[in-house]
Design a protein around this ligand. Structure first.
Ligand code: CP
Ligand code: NVA
Length: 305
C-alpha cells in the first residue's frame, strides 16, 4: 500500500520536516523539479466546489511535468453511479495518484483501501491537511522556525481547525482556539492531539471566548461560518457565531503585528471585516500561494521522488 495524506495524523514530525524543507526548495527553484512527475497522471475527484485546491493541484502537477484530469460532482458520481471501491480499483489501473474533496471523510478512507497509490485529502468534513501544512509553513516563513508563536483560531471546530490541532500537536506548537458552544473539535481529535502533545511539548487550549484565545497572540486565524454543504443551516450557524467576528476590536487584544490568517474563501462582514482582511498584517494570500508549493512537496514526498 502506497503512502497517503488523508489526515495530518498520517505524518510523523520527521515527515513534516521533510515536506517543509522540500517546500522551501520547490519555492526557491521550481525549475529544478520540472520533470519530477513526468509520465504521471493524477485525478482530482471533487464533490464540492474549489478555487485554491483544484487550481493549485492542477498547476503543481503541471509544473512537475505530470498531468491531471478533473472529475467534478457531475462526472463519476462516486458511490452513486458506481460504488466507491469499484471506481478506486479501476482508477488504480490508470493513475499514479488522486486528490479527493468529499463530503464524508469515509469516502476517502474507503477509496484508499482499494487504491494502491497516493490518496491526498483535498478537504473532507473532518480534515483539510494540505491547508494546515500551508498555514504552518506560512507561519514559519513570517515568524521564523526557531520561535514558538502563539496561533489563535477563532471559528468553527470542523475540518480546518481539526487539521491545525493535529499539526500543532505534532510540531510542538502553541494553539489557542475559541469555538461557539457545540462546535468544538471532536473529543477524539483533542484526545489524540493531547496524547501527541505529551511528547512534543505542544500546548493546545480551547475555550468559547474569542478574546481569551486572541490575547497576546502572534497570529489570528479564522474560517467561514457556513461550510460547504451547510447552506441549509446557514441561519442557525450565523446565530451561533455571534461575537466571533475577526474585527479591529478583537484584533486589539493580539500582538500589534499579529498575522491575520484565513484559509479562504472569505466572507467579509461575517467571520472577518474588510479592514482586517485587507490590513497590512494579513497573510491570507501568502497562505493561498503556499498551498501550491506545499502540495508539490506532498506529492513528491508521497511518490518517494
Ligand atoms: N482554502 C481552500 O481549500 O480553498 P478552496 O475551497 O477554494 O479549494
Ligand atoms: N470549513 C470550510 C473550509 C473551506 C476551505 C468548508 O468546509 O467549507
Amino acid at each position: 500500500m502506497g503512502r497517503h495524506l488523508i489526515s495530518i495524523e498520517d505524518l510523523s514530525l520527521r515527515d513534516i520536516k521533510k515536506i517543509f524543507s522540500l517546500t522551501e526548495e520547490l519555492k526557491r527553484s521550481p525549475e529544478s523539479f520540472q520533470n519530477a512527475l513526468r509520465g504521471h497522471k493524477f485525478a482530482l475527484i471533487f464533490e464540492k466546489p474549489s478555487t485554491r485546491t483544484w487550481v493549485s493541484f492542477e498547476t503543481g502537477i503541471f509544473q512537475l511535468g505530470g498531468s491531471s484530469v478533473y472529475l467534478g460532482p457531475g462526472d463519476i458520481k462516486l458511490g452513486e453511479r458506481e460504488e466507491t471501491r469499484d471506481v478506486a480499483r479501476v482508477l488504480d489501473r490508470y493513475l499514479s495518484g488522486v486528490v479527493m474533496r468529499t463530503f464524508a471523510h469515509e469516502t476517502i478512507t474507503e477509496f484508499q483501501q482499494y487504491f494502491t497509490k497516493p490518496v491526498i485529502n483535498g478537504l473532507s468534513d473532518r480534515e483539510h491537511p494540505c491547508q494546515a501544512l500551508a498555514d504552518y509553513f506560512t507561519i514559519q516563513e513570517h515568524c521564523g522556525s526557531a520561535s514558538k508563536p502563539v496561533l489563535a483560531y477563532v471559528g468553527d471546530g470542523n475540518n480546518v481547525l481539526t487539521s491545525l490541532v493535529y499539526l500543532a500537536a505534532r510540531l510542538g506548537a502553541v494553539l489557542r482556539y475559541a469555538t461557539p458552544k457545540g462546535l468544538e473539535p471532536h473529543p477524539s481529535v483533542l484526545a489524540s492531539a493531547r496524547k501527541t502533545a505529551l511528547s512534543t511539548g505542544a500546548r493546545i487550549e480551547g475555550s468559547h471566548k474569542p478574546a481569551d484565545a486572541v490575547n497576546g497572540a502572534d497570529a489570528v486565524y479564522t474560517d467561514v461560518w457556513v461550510s460547504m454543504g451547510e447552506e441549509k443551516i446557514r441561519d442557525q450557524k450565523l446565530k451561533q457565531f455571534k461575537g466571533f467576528q475577526l474585527n479591529a476590536r478583537l484584533m486589539a487584544g493580539a500582538k500589534k503585528k499579529a498575522l491575520v490568517m484565513h484559509c479562504l474563501p472569505a466572507h467579509r462582514g461575517e467571520e472577518i471585516t474588510e479592514e482586517i482582511m485587507e490590513g497590512k498584517n494579513s497573510v491570507v494570500f501568502d497562505q493561498a500561494e503556499n498551498r501550491l508549493h506545499v502540495q508539490k512537496a506532498v506529492m513528491l514526498f508521497l511518490m518517494g521522488s
